[in-house]
Design a protein around this ligand. Structure first.
Ligand SMILES: Nc1nc2c(c(=O)[nH]1)N[C@H]1C(S)=C(S)[C@@H](COP(=O)(O)O)O[C@H]1N2
Ligand SMILES: [Mo]
Length: 256
């Protein structure tokens, strides 16, 4: 889709400027400005070059690391304990009654239990997670390639984006959500992960299932995914910019 790529790149380049402005105005929760602002500037410059490379090579793989490089502690960030009674009831039952729903513009909507997901083909990858708040960590993720789910539900020709609906809702009652291009769902490193460093995901890291989309920044990696929806346009979803943070000024294509 060359037309699509051009538009995304233009949007991305503009978005970089907007995001820098957002950081200046809004600041950031936990880190002092002096700590993260210089990093953000250099990151934004680098992003422009790297995004061009990523976008011109749609199958390029994010770097994978040996076990020796694993971070001793993989930090947690953002939500760590979703403020949602339905989620907590499911968590108390060890997610035995939890199901991932996939719907929207698909031929065959489906629901997947955790047991069913564990029985599907899996991929394990050791990658670096980069958060715009100024930290990175290397972790080993195991999960089911999103492609496997797409082959079961069969997106309709009109489907262009994959939206991830999460269990957490912020203090203003805004739910966390994210989206990626349908093309990115077929990338081999785009997985729905259920293990971090050889153990089941804990609640803070997004139990029972989270997205890993390794060529993009941390906020794209939706935790607590409850439902996946295939859509034609992001205009009517959430705040209309494709994600919780995007609605507050972050770029939608968060290429590393
Ligand atoms: N549902 C949900 N997903 C989320 C977030 C969140 O607050 N809620 N935070 C994002 C951000 S900014 C980052 S850096 C990573 C952090 O993942 P971790 O807690 O496993 O380190 O999750 C991302 N996914
Ligand atoms: Mo982040």
């Amino acid at each position: 889709m060359p037309g699509q790529t051009r538009i995304d790149r233009r949007r991305f380049l503009l978005g970089g400027l907007q995001a820098a402005g957002f950081f200046l105005l809004a600041g950031c929760d936990n880190l002092s400005q002096s700590q993260w602002f210089p990093q953000l500037l250099s990151k934004t410059e680098g992003l422009t070059r790297r995004a061009q490379r990523t976008l011109t090579s749609k199958d390029a793989l994010a770097k994978e690391y040996p076990e020796a490089d694993l971070s001793t502690v993989f930090p947690v960030n953002g939500e760590t304990n979703p403020n949602n009674p339905v989620y907590h009831t499911l968590a108390q039952g060890n997610f035995a009654d939890w199901k991932l729903e996939i719907g929207g513009l698909v031929q065959r909507p489906a629901r997947f239990s955790l047991t069913a997901i564990h029985a599907m083909p899996s991929r394990t990858q050791i990658t670096r997670h980069d958060c715009v708040e100024g930290w990175s960590a290397i972790g080993k993720w195991k999960g089911v390639p999103l492609r496997e789910f797409m082959e079961i539900v069969q997106p309709l020709p009109s489907a262009k984006y994959v939206v991830f609906r999460c269990a957490d809702i912020d203090d203003d009652q805004i739910p966390y959500y994210e989206s990626i291009a349908l093309e990115e769902a077929y990338h081999p490193q785009t997985i729905m992960a259920y293990e971090l460093n050889d153990v089941p995901l804990d609640m803070a890291h997004g139990a029972p299932l989270r997205l890993r989309v390794e060529r993009q920044l941390g906020y794209k990696h939706a935790k607590y995914v409850m439902r996946i929806e295939l859509v034609e346009s992001l205009d009517e979803i959430g705040g209309g910019r494709g994600g919780y943070w995007e609605d507050q000024g972050y770029e939608w294509y968060a290429g590393i």
